[in-house]
Design a protein around this ligand. Sequence first.
Ligand code: HEC
Length: 123
Amino acid sequence: MKRSYLYFLWAAIFFSACTSNTFDDISEPMEVLPDEENVTFEDVRFVFENVCQVCHSNPPQNGAPMPLVSYDDVRDAVLDRGLLDRISREEGAPGLMPLGGPRLPQETIDLIMQWNADGLPEN
Ligand code: HEC
């Protein structure tokens, strides 16, 4: 009786270790599963790092009025500075960000919109 209990315990630990390894293998860091997981700042920060921080660095360059570096910077710009409007204007429209274009790919804009819809979580 004692022995089969230990075997069961061992099997349970072994099996759960396998399960979590398998899960790690299939879950990519950048994978977005909008129905199951919120989009977080970690999923969208690459846009600000790669595109916006040419000007919206800290301190900002080229006449940009604020940095878009930290989570707070970006969240405040969404809430108070019309960031979503600025990135969704038409190609060539005045005030479109990134300044001077080109407009972000639509799927990138959609990802940022989904982050907003999910409540702008940090991680
Ligand atoms: C080439 C430099 C440059 C780049 C790149 C750039 N911006 Fe800007 N941004 C500016 C300048 C200059 C202003 C101020 C003029 C204006 O409001 O249009 C500004 C203004 C803004 C504003 C309005 C701020 C306010 O208080 O009214 C937002 C929001 C913004 N940028 C977001 C972004 C985002 C998001 C990106 C990246 C997708 C980006 N910008 C890329 C230069 C830039």
